[in-house]
Design a binder for this molecule. Structure first.
Ligand SMILES: Nc1ncnc2c1ncn2[C@@H]1O[C@H](COP(=O)(O)OP(=O)(O)OP(=O)(O)O)[C@@H](O)[C@H]1O
Ligand SMILES: [Mg+2]
Length: 267
């Protein structure tokens, strides 16, 4: 077991966003978190690395309860957890190279690596991670403002991958990307978890992708977990919201893929 949410509740004012949510994610697993807008998906990810604190409940990462940690201890947890935010959040005044290298130059990283990496090694890693997201070294000296939104998202993903995190938290990793890059990012998530045993939590609206690469899918609705199950079992769910998600997905797929991907779903 590597991540465990135990009876986590969170409200903003009178709005209860999460109401006693509990789930576990095994090491190397890909968990997709689905739900309609405003249902607490991003809040769930942010709580895991202490960017938000639950009102009650516990969140264990590697058996350490992150709800009880101080800022220094949280910095160590964040070192293990790469978070790809919903919006690229690159530093505008830094080049692509400097943005990706940023995480390799923090005090936390240097401490955990046992010393600063030589600049040559940093450059090698930056280029390697850029290639993973299908970008070439010719953009290293560009500023974020000189890139398209999709390219910025990919650079932000490369920056997160640079320190080789054990956990990856993705918030809408493929929104705003073209279909080819979307497939590349999905393949990347799949490969990282299978080859490197990286544990991934992926917030997404993309049910088709979830059905393709997730080990398990968690559906959040009005503060509760509506489903937390394997892809195969999710397809059999009789919950109206889940049936709606599945039917919408079905309508978007090319006809030849519909039968295979969604066999068993009401049509
Ligand atoms: N820092 C905050 N302060 C106040 N309210 C917040 C804060 N963060 C989130 N919320 C509220 O909590 C609810 C859940 O937000 P969250 O961002 O988790 O939604 P989401 O499921 O990620 O939605 P989307 O799919 O649109 O990104 C929303 O009503 C949002 O307005
Ligand atoms: Mg969100």
């Amino acid at each position: 077991m590597s991540i465990r949410f135990e009876q986590v509740s969170k409200s903003f004012g009178s709005k209860r966003v999460l109401d006693g949510v509990s789930f576990e994610v095994e090491r190397g697993e890909i968990l997709f978190i689905l739900g309609r807008s405003g249902m607490g998906k991003s809040v769930t990810l942010k709580q895991m690395i202490g960017l938000l604190k639950p009102d009650s409940g516990h969140i264990y990462v590697d058996h350490q309860d992150v709800t009880q940690l101080d800022e220094n201890q949280l910095a160590r947890v964040r070192q293990k957890c790469g978070m790809v935010f919903q919006h690229p959040a690159l530093l505008d005044s830094l080049t692509v190279y400097e943005n990706i290298a940023f995480g390799l130059k923090t005090v936390q990283f240097i401490r955990s690596a046992g010393g600063a990496l030589p600049e040559e090694e940093i450059k090698r890693r930056v280029i390697e991670k850029l290639a993973l997201v299908h970008l070439g070294p010719e953009i290293l000296d560009r500023l974020p403002s000189e890139l398209s939104y999709g390219m910025q998202k990919r650079v932000s993903l490369a920056r997160t991958l640079a320190p080789n995190p054990s956990y990856l938290l993705f918030d809408e990793p493929t929104t705003g990307l073209d279909p080819i890059t979307t497939n590349a990012v999905n393949d990347l998530i799949h490969d990282l978890s299978r080859k490197l045993q990286v544990t991934s939590l992926v917030v997404s609206h993309d049910m088709a992708c979830a059905l393709k690469i997730a080990d398990r899918i968690l559906v959040l609705d009005h503060g509760k977990i509506l489903a937390h199950t394997s892809n195969e079992l999710l397809k059999l769910s009789q919950e109206p919201l889940i049936q709606d998600f599945l039917s919408e997905t079905l309508a978007l797929l090319p006809p030849e893929e519909r039968f295979d991907s969604l066999a068993g779903v009401r049509q």
